[in-house]
Design a protein around this ligand. Sequence first.
Ligand SMILES: Cc1cc2nc3c(=O)[nH]c(=O)nc-3n(C[C@H](O)[C@H](O)[C@H](O)COP(=O)(O)O)c2cc1C
Length: 186
Amino acid sequence: MGKRRSVAPIYSMCVQPAFIIGTNNEDGTANFAPITWVSVTQEEDEGYMLVISMFGTKRTKENVQRTGIFSANLVSVDMLPLMDYFGSHHASDGPKDGAAYEVGRGEILDVPVLEQSRWVYECEVARIVETGNSITFFCPVRNIQMDERLSCRDPFDVDLTVLEPVIYSGKYHSLGKLLGDIGDFL
Ligand SMILES: Cc1cc2nc3c(=O)[nH]c(=O)nc-3n(C[C@H](O)[C@H](O)[C@H](O)COP(=O)(O)O)c2cc1C
């Protein structure tokens, strides 16, 4: 290993999957915004929960607080222009109609979804934790819409090469090599 040096704890090395969150505005229209602070956890007798964190003031956060439901649309590399567009526009400045995208609906929850996304979670908020001006939502996944090309033999058999996810850590990256399964390196 090379030598390490200590630095101020301000740097963000947080490898994140990129999602665009779809929510319902008060007037029934759809709003989308990228949120990458997304992880998972589990509660007894429940499936797994998405843990998603939003800072500051944004329509997406208000909509999730008001409605308790949202979609999390995985961003594949072909969706980067859409991600940048949604991320640099705020619903408070007007509808996000300056880019082309098709909107569908959730199959279990009444949430807007991005038709272009290859993996969509439909989520419902179960618990909220506030830290400063951030809110973290703990959200059971009520439905997954996955690309029809995927055939998963078990819950962990998801071929990411089909999904081509954008990986975010301050900059956008794509996926590297498949290295193996759990146990392959024992
Ligand atoms: C790459 C990227 C990642 C982002 N991740 C988050 C995030 O994890 N949490 C958050 O609160 N905002 C995040 N944002 C900021 C929101 O997407 C941005 O403020 C957006 O304009 C909010 O739109 P809205 O007001 O219509 O909800 C991110 C933006 C970009 C471009």
